[in-house]
Ligand binder design. Sequence first.
Ligand code: AKB
Length: 317
Amino acid sequence: MTKETILITGASGQIGTVLTEELRKRYGSDAILQTDIRLPEERQGHFEVLDVLDAGQLTRLIRKYHVRQVYHLAAILSAKGEKNPKWAWEINMAGLFNILEAAREFGIRVFFPSSIAVFGGMTPRVNTPQYAVLQPETVYGISKVAGENWCQYFYQKYGVDVRSVRYPGIISYQSMPGGGTTDYAVEIYHNAVKGEPYTCFLEANTRLPMMYMPDAIRATLELMEAPAASVKIRSSYNLAGMSFTPAEVAAEIKKHIPGFQATYEADFRQNIAASWPESIDDGSAREDWGWQPEYGLEEMTADMLAHLKEYYQVALM
Ligand code: AKB
């Protein structure tokens, strides 16, 4: 491996899979160390098993590979976390703590993904401001609020160069999400392309902030590559792409696949979604490091369907 390495935790996850590819393109395969709780069956490049609760293994890998940056993506998401809150808290908090302690010791730059899940019912839901009441209603949200505060603490107290965004729901064709409340917005495209109807676990008119993966990756890398002086918020930046409801995404898909049918059977995830914002004010990210999203629902849908069509090799007409 090259002298300085970028380590990704949760590299097999929805964002990790795509971020790894982009980082390998930019810095070369040799400079990227993928880690996850287990080895994937198919892998390219350097991959090591890392349970983020294992601080000893983390330190060994940092020394072995001369790690200088960490993208800490390993986490339990909102819906899965509600099934086992204590376990989700342990992974999300103790995992982050191990990363921050190591970053302090070895002078590592850290990316911490926060989420719109930090907001709760007490927050204004439309154009949710950067600084708002943070009273989340899921263990995932609680862990992200605490995580943001720990990041800021490590920056202020120890000078750890930690950077973070509050991701909206992320939509991608390359990888599936797992255990989130916004997962429907990926599943619906897969069903549509396979010629299957989709039963959505949220109500038709549930509006949530969302973002297409290319925008999410670009935002992440733009923030990580910004000059330190431009990164004025060390808790986490609001980040916006688009906002839509399940009914709106279904209608957009129908423009391409007229026979597509969506129905709605809300489950426990509806309450989670109802506590989250509808749209986000990301003025600070735009002002501080020049954030500008590219994809709206229309462009994303065309791109998703084209890629998934290729993947499933089916005709849309
Ligand atoms: C989830 O639904 O839990 C995540 C998120 C918005 O952080 N996609």
